[in-house]
Design a protein. Structure first.
Length: 172
């Protein structure tokens, strides 16, 4: 895992997208996406390393590196970012997603962000399970057709609030 340089973003995004099945594309983008074009692709490759950043998983040797996964974040508030992850189908369930999520969370925390958020389709049980394994304190709730995830980082992750207590009581 390593941070994705802005000049490599287009190649990496295209390479990972090409390795996703229609089902994986649907789970990642929440709709059928056959090609990355226009503003969607532009948004994915627009990285500045501070408000929009990404990490990439690469396999193969230095002479033939091949991107197989990407996790990115986009600033969603003064101290929060929204994350998204995609792993090539052939590399799913091999720990790539866990390492990507951990790496993007560490990058966000190192840049001073204190919260992650994300929207996951309820049928994406693999991603929901992955997030719960990495962040057992995740707060999840249904919001229309998606599960909204909220994850605190750093010291905030270990502070119990009234909202945490209420969420814990109502989840039972």
């Amino acid at each position: 895992m390593h941070p994705l340089a802005p000049e490599d973003a287009g190649h990496v995004v295209d390479a990972v997208f090409a390795q996703l099945s229609p089902r994986s594309r649907y789970l990642r983008f929440h709709s059928p996406v056959h090609r990355l074009v226009g503003p969607v692709r532009a948004g994915l490759v627009d990285l500045d390393g501070r408000c929009r950043a990404a990490v990439v998983a690469v396999v193969g040797g230095p002479d033939r590196p091949r991107p197989v996964g990407i996790a990115r974040f986009a600033r969603s508030g003064p101290e929060s970012v929204e994350i998204a992850v995609a792993v090539a189908d052939a590399w799913q369930r091999r720990g790539i997603g866990s390492r990507l999520v951990t790496a993007i969370a560490e990058l966000a925390e190192s840049l001073g962000y204190t919260a992650l958020s994300g929207a996951v389709l309820p049928e994406n049980v693999a991603m929901l399970g992955l997030v719960r394994r990495i962040f057992p304190w995740v707060r999840a709730h249904y919001d229309g057709d998606v599960v909204q995830l909220g994850i605190r980082l750093g010291p905030a992750a270990w502070t119990i609030t009234d909202e945490d207590l209420i969420a814990s009581l109502t989840a039972r």
